[in-house]
Design a protein around this ligand. Sequence first.
Ligand code: HEM
Length: 386
Amino acid sequence: MTNLLTEVISWKVDASTGYIDCTQLENYATLFRPKFIVTNTSAYAHCYDYARLRKFLFATTCGMHATNIVLDSNLEDKVLIEDGSIVMNQPRPNVNTYTDATQLVIGPKRSSKIRRPSQRRIDPQGRRRRMTNHFTKVLQLMSGLIDERLNERKMGNHTNGDVLDSLLNICPQEIDRNHIEHLFLDMFVAGSDTTSNTLEWAMAELLKNPHTLEKAQEELAQVIGRGKLIDEADVAKLSYLRCVVKETFRIHPPAPFLIPRKAVEDVEFCGYIIPKDSQVLVNIWAIRHDSSLWEDPLDFKPERFWESDIDVRGQNFELIPFGAGRRICPGLPLAIKMVPVTLGSILNTFNWKLHGGIAPKDLDMEEKFGITLGKAQPLLAIPVPL
Ligand code: HEM
């Protein structure tokens, strides 16, 4: 499916570098709507006296994917907050369905025993059944949106040119509808949890280190003006915010072992022989702890990037939260826009404090390993309208 994704969205491998050229996806990323993020935060703040940020950020990220990246259709008026969850107005299925489905994939399993191949079909906790059920509903959501788009195109009043349009232009000759639905599912699964976890960690680190929060808000106030929405173009002017994002990627890489590789032949690497067919994990979590690479590696210090050219795009191996080389994350161009725009928007339109009178230094920062490296305890933070 990834090959298909790569082909369809015209990602090309640059012959000289071997890297994927994600220019076209990057163009889609210009469709962000910060207003959507802030409207959600604002609605959330009114619903609750505290915000369970993870749920909100996850739903917001999904919403952004849906409204801005994959489908440039304007779903904003159709998205609302109910009972603390972001739901789509009827007749669309509830976005929680997607959240629940992902939680089932990445959530803790009661039995961690490795089962024999003959037992793999057994589903004692009903997870597979529930997951299939949830994913079916998400696929129905995608299907409904595709129907809508096809109708709009038939009526001749559609001018979007988003990812869905690119795919429909080559459907059914090169790709069928079933592929489109599953392709969108892939993008949602790979993109939402990674992005929302990064945002939750960024907020947790800022709240734990109030001087960094103040500095980030101060910069936003000076460059953008307090209370104003930020958009992509502003990010270039927000150096400290960009340092905060890099430092969050460094300390909390969502995929701490990247995606497993397999040696296709015996390889000698740094004096070791890696036998053919070995599974190879790249431990970027350990790289972040390496004091020969980073001064005070466990401390959250965005300032370390002030004077540094180190970037997350796969050229500096001490910081590769998106991987590197041919299999580098194809969502990188989206994510490096989505994270600072979302973070900057919620920082510039609200004041934030920890729920329950917790002192910043006591904030629990334990990690929990699932498909992505999340925060073990959800961050509870109160958005205080300005
Ligand atoms: C903070 C955000 C994100 C992070 C940190 C992240 C990180 C990663 C990493 C580390 C990999 C594996 C790369 C490797 O093994 O070398 C990966 C793969 C992938 N990511 Fe992301 N990702 C993010 C957001 C996204 C988004 C927004 C999308 C799509 C919209 C996406 C789609 C994918 C896909 C399809 C793959 C599989 C690529 C392949 O197998 O070749 N990611 N991502």
